[in-house]
Design a protein around this ligand. Structure first.
Ligand code: AMP
Ligand code: MN
Ligand code: MN
Length: 331
């Protein structure tokens, strides 16, 4: 199929309506938006009798296993052929992981639904709305466009997706339309307290063990505007922590008064470091991450860098301090 340059939710709806079999996936190291959007769309397409498979490049993290339909999400490339492959919450094919990104150059029609800023949409049919705080909100719009009725299970997944990416409606991207959609979803008896407890409040013991090890690594630059925290492989092995247990570590440097850029360095494997970047007021960390082949949003971005953790740290901290200095001048 020819790549369409239009950015049209109607074209996505049409492509899905015309397909019989549809595969859906979110991104590597999935978050609540990725998993919730995958399941919500999968359940909805099942309701209009599509042959749907839901997958994820990595396993569904334990904290999202309470989601209705999470047991239908497989891992990696499923068996069989599909008419359409839908990539969710992925700004570049890399985010689908090694296996699933091979579908992007395959004969299957690829649909991309996302809310990250993207210079060059990669799919055959794209709908990218970088004004949307979450992919979950776009899936809500898509289901309305397709006249698919919501139900409690779909609503619970969409609520989780939206609450996850807005930090429970606290982040900058939260808009009146976000709350209008949430008000509609709540009419389907979403158990808000249960969702909030599951994704924000209750944590497995490993999260606290990670914190015990990671907090002593907290450092702040001389200017006081960049702070970072690290977690290396040795620490990971010591307490057999999974990646999902380290996800919120970046919030500690971010919450220090006066800090503009917070960084979290996580050694993924020997010679490979995942960097999470957050900013509070003015630095565009999407641009900072893009310099290292990563991406994301203005206030939350990430990249994967080859190198030892101390070299990577030195390089990124220097770049962050420079970005803060430049940003302060423009303020
Ligand atoms: P994280 O730090 O993993 O929570 O990610 C923050 C934001 O940056 C999310 O919106 C991700 O989609 C995006 N992001 C993280 N890592 C990458 C990467 N390697 N490439 C592109 N975007 C990324
Ligand atoms: Mn995501
Ligand atoms: Mn998202």
């Amino acid at each position: 199929m020819q790549k369409m340059q239009t950015n049209s939710i109607a074209a996505v709806a049409r492509t899905l309506k015309e397909a019989d079999s549809i595969l859906i996936s979110g991104h590597v190291m999935p978050d609540g938006d990725s998993i919730g959007s995958t399941i919500a769309l999968g359940l909805a397409l099942g309701k209009i009798d599509k042959n749907v498979a839901m997958t994820s490049p990595h396993q569904v993290p334990d904290i999202y296993k309470f989601l209705p339909g999470s047991n239908c999400v497989q891992q990696g490339m499923p068996e069989g052929k599909f008419d359409v492959f839908v990539a969710l919450d992925c700004s570049v094919p890399d985010r689908l992981g090694d296996e699933l990104q091979s579908l992007v150059n395959d004969s299957v029609t690829v649909v991309n639904i996302d809310h990250h800023q993207s210079e060059k949409p990669f799919a055959d049919v794209n709908y990218i709305d970088s004004n949307s705080a979450s992919t979950g909100e776009i899936i809500y719009d898509l289901l309305k466009e397709m006249n698919i009725e919501l139900d409690k299970n779909i609503a619970t997944n969409l609520y989780t997706a939206i609450a996850s990416d807005t930090g429970s409606f606290k982040y900058e991207g939260t808009k009146p339309t976000t709350h209008h959609k949430i008000a509609d979803l709540l009419q389907f008896d979403v158990k808000v307290a249960h969702v909030s407890k599951s994704i924000f409040d209750e944590k497995p013991i490993e999260v606290f063990k990670v914190l015990q090890i990671a907090l002593p690594t907290l450092e702040v630059s001389n200017c006081g505007k960049v702070a970072w925290i690290s977690f290396d492989l040795m620490a990971k092995d010591r307490i057999s922590a999974k990646d999902e247990h380290t996800e919120e570590l970046v919030d500690y440097p971010r919450r220090i008064k006066g800090v503009e850029v917070a960084l979290f360095f996580r050694e993924i494997s020997t010679g490979s470091v995942k960097v999470s970047m957050r900013s509070n007021y003015f630095v565009d960390v999407n641009k900072l991450a893009a310099r290292f082949n990563g991406g994301g949003h203005k206030r939350a971005a990430g990249c994967l860098i080859d190198g030892g953790i101390s070299d990577v740290r030195e390089q990124i901290v220097a770049a962050a301090i420079e970005a803060v200095q430049r940003g302060s001048l423009n303020d």
